[in-house]
Design a protein around this ligand. Structure first.
Ligand code: G6P
Ligand code: ZN
Length: 542
């Protein structure tokens, strides 16, 4: 019943910031998904008889690859697979399930916020036993294996029924189809004061949550509408669709524009939020008040003690390097450490495991805590709601008080998408060449105080990650950061992160574009973005 199939390596299976992401048509090549899954299994040791968690965000190809992964797990000797009903598991729910079931690891099928459908994106990510994305040493081993693989093992059988909750056998391996929502919703209920939030909603507080036709629909309906009593319809686009209704399931101001417009309207609800394809990102918009992800991290950290799960305080805060320094000021005030890591949630795992940090966040709309080892969109929304219920203030009031206490980090990210890869590489190379000469020079952004290519030494295992983004720092604390995205599937995306700090006594109410204009001009000049890319405008501003 176990077949060994000969195959040839594909030379494009290097995992990026978050697993292997490619166009569906690439994944549809014969043996493509199988090669990658076998390479994952071949890079791991000691999983015979152990549990594997399996699920995805429901996008196009999800069900097919679930079947392949089930049959390959059986042929490779796993003892049990826990699979979400219908093949569905949000990324944070998968992380929780790996931890709570004592699984060896998990396969999460998703391309996160990238669009889905026959002409769009698919992805496979392996998570380790702590519930978090595999660290670089594992993804490097997987990549090496993809380049030498010559066969894979697969169990020959009919497709498994993944739509009915219950247990079945695939050879010696058992397949347990589980409710993807219940355990996760219970975990949320254990961290937050659902009674207070329910009372706030019953008292007339209004919210809107946009699931963007992606995986959070069933989770959000259960938690916000059923357990917290928000009226039916609070969750918009609540049914997960294989192509996300032709939308881009990325909760930012461009792709969640409907929600944004609703939150800026005269009759806006008190609170609006959205999550992405696989449920790990979050967008927070108060009534007439957008909150940047970097500010959201700072506010959540400063007020986390309002929620029962964090009442004893935080051990530390971690943020990715391009994320603004707003959280640094909170950490300073709380007297706890602040860790600055490279982009990629996987870098937070060791800090969380070591008990060095409790809350983590990224500018890319990711926030989370040590409750799982992934970022968690619904978690961030619930922590906001818990804080609003405890403080009895609006989002706008909370932001104003926060800035008046800590100062404001004006912040924006400019993305230049679909640049030819060689041009993007040339831009970064030219920038790196200039770094040494920049300190002391003056440009429209001010006087450059230092310039470097960010390198990170993990404080738990001393592993070093280099070339994680070029930083140009100014002597008033402002900064411009340049890096290439590690999650795109076509060409290259240049990300330029622009930040200016204004103290509590400064001008806290400027429009962001105005506050950042001199730094934006400096970024153009220093990197010659227009010259290298031919683009005189970013394609997305968040
Ligand atoms: C994924 C990762 C994040 C990362 C984001 C952006 O969502 O989980 O940790 O911040 O991608 O990565 P990129 O390399 O595209 O900037
Ligand atoms: Zn995601």
């Amino acid at each position: 019943m176990i077949q060994t199939v000969s195959t040839m390596p594909f030379n494009d299976q290097k995992p990026g910031t978050s697993g292997l992401r490619k166009k569906v048509r690439i994944f549809e090549q014969p043996h493509y998904a199988e090669n990658f899954i076998q390479s994952v299994f071949d890079s791991l040791d000691g999983f015979a008889g152990e549990t594997l968690v399996l699920g995805g965000d429901g996008r196009f190809l999800n069900r097919e690859v679930i079947q392949i992964a089930l049959k390959m797990a059986a042929a490779n000797g796993f003892g049990r697979v826990l699979v979400g009903q219908g093949g569905i598991l949000s990324t944070p729910a998968a992380s929780h399930l790996i931890r709570s079931s004592g699984a060896f690891g998990g396969l999460v099928l998703s391309a996160s916020h990238n669009p889905g459908g026959p002409d769009e994106d698919f992805g496979i990510k392996y998570n380790v036993s702590n519930g978090g994305p595999a660290p670089e040493k594992v993804t490097d081993a997987i990549h090496a294996r993809t380049l030498s693989i010559d066969s894979y093992r697969i169990f020959e059988a009919d497709d498994v029924d993944i739509d009915t909750i219950g247990v079945s056998q695939l050879g010696d391996m058992s397949v347990e189809v589980i409710d993807p929502v219940a355990d996760y919703a219970d975990l949320m209920e254990s961290l937050f004061d659902f009674t207070a939030i329910r009372a706030m909603i019953a008292g007339g507080f209004t919210l809107a949550f946009d699931s963007m036709s992606a995986v959070t629909g069933p989770y959000a309906v259960e938690i916000f509408e059923r357990r917290l009593g928000a009226p039916a319809g609070t969750v918009m686009n609540a049914t997960p669709l294989p192509d996300f209704g032709h939308h881009h399931p990325d909760p930012n101001l461009v792709h969640a524009k409907d929600l944004y417009d609703r939150m800026m309207a005269p009759d806006a609800p008190d609170f609006g939020a959205a999550s992405d394809g696989d449920g790990d990102r979050n967008l927070i918009i108060g009534r007439h008040c957008y909150v940047t992800p970097s500010d959201s991290l700072a506010v959540l950290a400063a007020n986390a003690h309002c929620a029962p799960g964090y009442a004893i305080g935080l051990k530390g805060i971690a943020r990715s390097m391009p994320t603004s320094g707003a959280a640094d000021r909170v950490a300073e005030k709380l007297g706890i450490p602040l860790y600055e890591t490279p982009t990629g949630w996987k870098f937070f795992g060791n800090l969380l495991d070591a008990g060095m940090a409790t809350i983590c966040g990224e500018e890319s709309a990711g926030t989370g805590s040590d409750h799982v080892r992934e970022k968690d969109g619904i978690w961030a929304v619930l922590l906001w709601l818990n804080i609003l219920a405890a403080r009895r203030q609006s989002v706008a009031q909370i932001m104003a008080e926060h800035w008046a206490t800590y100062g404001r980090n004006y912040y924006a990210r400019h993305d230049y998408e679909a640049i030819a890869k060689d041009r993007a590489d040339a831009l970064m190379a030219a920038l790196r060449d200039r770094l040494e000469g920049l300190p002391g020079t003056v440009n429209s952004g001010g006087t450059v105080s230092s310039a470097d290519d960010f390198a990170y030494t993990d404080p738990t295992d001393q592993s070093v990650s280099r070339n994680q983004g070029v930083r140009i720092l100014f002597d008033d604390g402002s900064r411009v950061v340049f890096r290439l995205s590690g999650t795109g599937t076509e060409g290259a995306t240049l990300r330029v992160y622009i930040e200016r700090y204004v103290g509590p006594d400064g001008d806290l109410g400027l429009p962001t574009g105005e506050a950042l204009a001199p730094l934006i001009a400096a970024a153009q000049d220093v990197a010659d973005i227009a010259g290298h890319t031919g683009m005189d405008q970013p394609s997305v501003i968040t």
